[in-house]
Write a protein that binds this ligand. Structure first.
Ligand code: EPU
Length: 423
């Protein structure tokens, strides 16, 4: 196993975790507002910024383009006054998918952008055809040379209308950002509606952008004059982290309170918990969960927001291995996002893949410890959950993938009683 490994003493089914665990700022919000800061000829500051590897990668990309990035505790500032580079570093760009959202701001501000094909990802194909047709609809020319793509619009982007063939989070975000600098009004239809998109629009609005409808399927953007925001922008809580910690609580907690969250972003997850029989006490910005004596099976189908998030599917599938009866998991967003289940089977779970998008889970099965390595950040967390309830000591490798999205993960989990350490 490459890099750091987490060693976890399983609880062998006992419900021992107790206390409270804080959720940090959302990875998929901070990376996007950092990209948006590239639109601004001045300094943008953000608070509640998690200390995760992807933020450091995005900072390095921005610095490579001429921006200054500084960090003090939970506050991060990006000053893009001198932004001049139009080529996104191939080396870093390939390692972080979110770098693709930078193309809109750079293109809109500097008239062209060249970027690497987003890195091959274990969760499935990550095409960019929607980005291509979207920017073309706003008047940009597109060319590519092997793995390097270029958009150019030397006279600026035009206004226009674009319908997303597939709902895409990063394509919605990058086009919305670019559209603020277009010469005419832009209407985007069939947009993604994730809370991170509304949050990004709020940040842009604080810089003077005229955006309506973010968080609904249709977003209208008027030509805007952008300037440095007056106040720091607070990153929204990470709803995937919240869902993952709540799932851990549903599996193994006497009583676990997940704090610093926004319960209204978790509707589909809370609904799924109630179907399987997990009781929750929901507060204003926290939720308390206790592992029930028995869990009911369920059919789970991932869906674009406000449906059940693909990023919370792997942890929830671990929960379903502990439900009495037959559950079905349908992954609708990415082709490779059920591959991690093979390792759960190795731990004793009964999971049969019907096809790459559908798995049948039969429970309840006790899990036994195993040495495993997560293929992506979300599956890595699912393995931590599986190791936490297993009988024996597991080694979960590829901790560097979890560090991309989860700050101090072992420290926070140890804080609620999990025996976990990093080597
Ligand atoms: N798609 C296309 N063509 C495109 C773009 C996307 O066909 O040009 C397809 C994808 O293949 C996929 C679907 O559209 O089947 C939806 O993918 P989307 O573009 O929404 O995914 P993304 O924007 O690349 C973001 C998050 C993911 C999260 C997905 C879905 C970021 C940086 N990433 O990815 O988060 O799983 O939305 O909610 O925001 C993670 O954080 O671990 C992660 C993978």
């Amino acid at each position: 196993m490459a890099g750091d490994t987490l060693i976890i003493e399983g609880l062998a089914g006992k419900k021992r975790l107790k206390g409270s665990i804080p959720v940090f700022g959302a990875k998929n919000n901070v990376l996007k507002v950092m990209a948006a800061a590239a639109l601004i000829e001045g300094e943008s500051s953000f608070t509640n910024v998690p200390d995760i590897a992807d933020v450091a990668s995005m900072a390095r990309i921005l610095e490579g383009l001429g921006a200054f990035v500084s960090r003090s505790g939970e506050t991060l500032s990006v000053n893009a006054k001198e932004l001049s580079g139009t080529v996104v570093s191939a080396e870093i760009g390939k390692s972080i998918r979110a770098s693709v959202v930078l193309i809109g701001p750079i293109l809109a501000r500097l008239g062209s952008v060249t970027f690497p094909h987003p890195g091959g990802d274990v969760i499935g194909e990550r095409p960019i055809d929607i980005f291509v047709s979207g920017f073309q609809a706003l008047g940009a020319a597109y060319s590519h040379d092997g793995d390097s793509h270029t958009f150019s619009a030397p006279g600026g982007l035009s206004g226009g209308e674009f319908f997303f063939r597939v709902v895409s989070v990063t394509a919605t975000e990058t086009l919305m950002m670019a559209a603020t600098k277009a010469k005419g009004p832009v209407t985007l239809k069939n947009c993604a509606m994730e809370p991170e998109i509304g949050a990004l629009a709020n940040f842009l609005a604080s810089c003077g952008a005229k955006i309506e409808g973010a968080g609904t399927p249709t977003i209208y953007i008027q030509p805007s004059v952008l300037s440095a925001p007056q106040k720091p922008f607070r990153i929204i809580p990470d709803r995937i982290e919240a869902a993952t910690f709540l799932t851990l609580g549903a599996l193994a907690a006497e009583e676990l309170t997940v704090t610093n969250i926004e319960p209204s972003h978790l509707d589909s997850i809370l609904e799924a918990f109630s179907r399987v029989g997990v009781l929750l006490s929901i507060g204003k910005d926290s939720i308390t969960v206790r592992a029930p004596d028995a869990l009911r099976p369920a059919r789970l189908r991932t869906h674009e927001y406000p449906g059940f998030p693909t990023d919370a599917q792997a942890p929830f599938t671990v929960l379903l291995t502990q439900a009495e009866g037959e559950s079905a998991v349908m992954e609708t967003i990415f082709d490779g996002r059920l591959n991690y289940t093979a390792e759960l089977v190795g731990m004793g779970a009964s999971i049969a893949m019907v096809n790459p998008h559908r798995a049948i889970v039969k429970g309840k099965t006790p899990l036994k410890a195993r040495d495993i390595a997560g293929p992506d950040i979300r599956a890595g967390l699912a393995y931590i959950l599986a190791a936490a309830i297993a009988d024996g000591t597991s080694k979960v490798g590829n901790a560097h993938l979890m560090d991309r999205g989860y700050e101090k993960i072992e420290k926070r989990l140890a804080g609620v009683g999990l025996q976990i350490k990093r080597i």
